[in-house]
Design a protein around this ligand. Structure first.
Ligand code: HDL
Ligand code: ZN
Length: 394
């Protein structure tokens, strides 16, 4: 079979496989205003805010954030989509969303888009977007230290089968329990309380590139023992440099290359914990793949944030396939706005299928012709089974 038809076959099978999205910032309908959707939220995604402020150096972050959200959206639409060719990944992502929702992205106006989104509601949009994106379930990012989210947990949470929970620890480890007690015992108790309330699929934290295992007392003595007690994976997102430009607020974080020998120390000391890891620096993704060959309890996942770009997703997926076969989780969307599921998975599904087909071509050159059933089984592992089995939610 020719390389082109192998690639086409792999992609057409990928389109049939439902996606399990391991990490997003989307929320179930019961979280009300925290559920972001629609064209103004799509246009004011912090990736686009950063790109807008580059295009308009005459406007400061302070001034931009004084505008209303509709004013921000109008300025971003005019600057990044009318005055410019939308070639960045975040710009092209908006074009993918608009096209997949049935509009002509080169003719439609912002007003027409606002009218079309205004004619529907969030529940209807959730089922439409999950269907268009081919996504079956997403994992939320849940933080009981967020006062708005906490109010829902304290009185209005309604489980929704499309939205699994994940207990996010950044604030809990930084500020302790509700009384501000960040002793090991208090944090252990707090984790047990919220694991009981949320039944999370995993527990997660983001960490700077300067993170050191020896200094991480609460991770070593509270988080890892409690995760092991509940057989919960611990997800570590390593390499973020928070607030490198505070004026950009949510758009102001940067990236750093982490010393992953710190992760090696954790894996050596805690062989019975299930550890999910994604890294923000491309270089770290390669080291992580090598490390996953040494520690079977380490599950590399996703191409996070600044490496969630087609050229880098392709490179990272290539060396993961070459070193790990199909025993990793190639992608998560990190979607913040509901409609992100459409572009992030359209773009990633195509790349993952193409890179897997490259491996099938290598097999063909060695005299091995892969079957449709094998392609389906491999893509099922990569797009949902590895995640579901590692989380124990299969
Ligand atoms: O810490 C995280 O979970 C990151 O994904 C941040 O939320 C970041 O702002 C983001 O949205 N990246 O895609
Ligand atoms: Zn995230």
């Amino acid at each position: 079979m020719s390389a082109v038809s192998l690639r086409d076959r792999t992609y057409s099978i990928a389109l049939e496989i439902p996606i399990f999205d391991l990490h997003t910032h989307l929320v179930a309908p019961c979280f009300g205003s925290l559920n972001l959707w629609g064209i103004d939220e799509i246009l004011t995604y912090h990736y686009l805010i950063a790109e807008f402020l580059r295009a308009r150096r005459d406007i400061s972050g302070e001034e931009f954030y004084r505008w209303t959200k509709p004013q921000q959206a109008e300025a971003i639409w005019e600057t990044l989509f009318v005055q410019q060719t939308p070639v960045s990944e975040a710009q092209t992502g908006v074009i993918t969303i608009i096209s997949r929702l049935g509009f002509d992205p080169q003719k439609v106006t912002l007003e027409e888009l606002r009218q079309a989104f205004g004619a529907t509601n969030s529940e209807a949009q959730i089922s439409k977007v999950f269907d268009l994106a081919g996504v079956s379930k997403v994992v939320m990012t849940n933080d009981p230290k967020d006062p708005v989210e906490r109010a829902i947990w304290d009185g209005g949470y309604v489980a929704d089968s499309h939205f699994l929970t994940a207990l996010r620890l950044d604030q809990i480890l930084a500020t302790g329990d509700d009384k501000g007690d960040s002793s090991v015992d208090a944090v252990r108790t707090y984790l047990r309380v919220w694991i009981g309330k949320m039944s999370p699929a995993y527990v997660a934290i983001s960490l700077p590139e300067t993170w050191r295992f020896a200094d991480a007392t609460l991770i070593r003595e509270a988080v890892l023992p409690v995760c092991k007690e509940y057989n919960l994976p611990f997800a570590m997102m390593i390499g973020v440099r928070r607030g490198v430009n505070p004026a950009l607020r949510g758009a102001g974080d940067g990236s750093g290359i982490a010393d992953l020998t710190q992760l090696e120390l954790l894996l050596q000391e805690h062989p019975e914990n299930k550890i999910l890891v994604t890294t923000l620096a491309k270089e770290n993704a390669h080291t992580l793949a090598v490390m996953a060959r040494k520690f079977a309890n380490l599950m590399p996942f996703g191409c996070w944030w600044f490496v969630n770009n087609p050229s880098i997703i392709a490179e990272i997926t290539d060396f993961r396939l070459e070193m790990l076969g199909t025993s990793f989780i190639p992608q998560h969307s990190d979607s913040r706005v509901l409609e992100h599921l459409i572009y992030k998975w359209d773009h990633s599904r195509r790349i993952i299928a193409k890179r897997l087909a490259k491996r099938y071509e290598a097999l063909a050159q060695s005299g091995y012709a892969v079957t449709d059933d094998q392609i389906r089984a491999d893509l099922s592992r990569l797009l949902h089974k590895n995640a579901e089995e590692f989380l124990g939610v299969a």
